[in-house]
Design a protein around this ligand. Sequence first.
Ligand code: ZN
Length: 92
Amino acid sequence: MMLRHQNLVHVLREARQGVLGNAFPPSHVRAIVDENVFRQEQGQIGTLDQFQPAQVGTDLRWDFQHNGAVAFFETWHLSGDMLGITSIDYSP
Ligand SMILES: [Zn+2]
């Protein structure tokens, strides 16, 4: 599953890249690289790729790859205004 501090690493890196003048897409990709390094340091399996998350309606799906395939995913169900998470599903 996604780690809380993984998200912290992501937003700190993304903000730094923005301050350095990078647009959102490259800042986001760089942030994913850093959060995957953090996951590895914490002994977690699975990495996010740069195309995360997939959005379907008010759901955000985060796929974690391991050995070249999606090993598991979690889906965040957002409120109608997209400002809050109402629940999270984990698979498997
Ligand atoms: Zn981001």
